[in-house]
Design a protein around this ligand. Sequence first.
Ligand code: GUN
Length: 284
Amino acid sequence: MSARIIDGKALSATIKAQVAQRVQTLAHHGITPGLAVVLVGEDAASQVYVRNKAAACEKAGLHSKVIRLAADTSEETLLEVVRTLNGDADVHGILVQLPLPSHMNAGKVIETIAPAKDVDGFHISNAGLLMTGRPLVRPCTPYGIMKILESENVVLRGAEAVVVGASNIVGKPMALLLLAAGATVTLCNSKTRDLGAQTRRADVLVVATGHSRMITGDMIKPGAIVIDVGINRQADGKLAGDVDFESACKVASAITPVPGGVGPMTIAMLLVNTLEAAERCLPI
Ligand code: GUN
C-alpha cells in the first residue's frame, strides 16, 4: 500500500479564503478582526512562527500586531502588556507565543488573558469548556486536525483513535475533540509501556511527541490515517516529523506530510479563532 498524502497546505488555503470572505462581511459592520501576538525573547523557531502568523493575518484582511519583549522582561511587565491588550477594543485575539523564558510562569500569563480573547484556547476557562463538551475556542492544532479528518471523510464515531503525546497544547485537547466526535480514545505519554501495542490498534493515529521519526511503519495498523504534528529540524537542515514517513507510507491509507500537513492548518485555525472572537463582538 502507498498512503495518500494529505495536502494540509491546500486545505488551509481553502479555509483562509473562507476567513477572508467573512472578514469582508465584518467590514460592513465596521469591524476588522485584530490579533496581538506577544513574543518574549529570541527563540529562533518562535520568531519564524510569529512572522508566519502575522503574515497570514494580513493576507486574509485581519489586523495584526507583534509585541516583542526582551528575554529578561519581568513577568509583571508581561502581565501588564496582556492586561492592556485585554482592554483594547481593536484587539479581538491575544496570543502569547510559548515557550516563555524560564523565569516566567506560563500558566499565570495564560490565565491573565481574557478568555474571550484567548485565541489559542489555552485558558483554563476554555480548556474547561472543551472538557465539559461545550467548546468555545478550540486549540488551533487539534482543531486543524479535526478539519483534516473531516475533509478526508474519516468516520470517527466508534473508531479507535490513539494520540501519542499528552501536552496541554496538542495531545490533551486532541483527545477531547476526538472523544466528543465519538471515537474511542487512547492517550499515550512518555511512560506508556509497549507504545507499539497501543499505536497498532489505531484507525486514527495522531502523533505529537517532538521526537523525530519515533513512530515507524511497524507500529501502524494497515489502512490507518496517520496525522503527524512533529516538526523537527534534522542535522542536514531538513524537517522531519515524529513519524518515519517512508515506512509509514507503506502501511497507512493516508498520512500528513512534514512540512505541508498539520503546520499550515494550525495557522488557518488561528485566523478562524480570531475571526470568530471578533464576530462575537457584534451586537446580536
Ligand atoms: N508554541 C508552539 N505552539 C504554540 C501555539 O499553538 N500557541 C502558542 N501561543 N505558542 C506555541
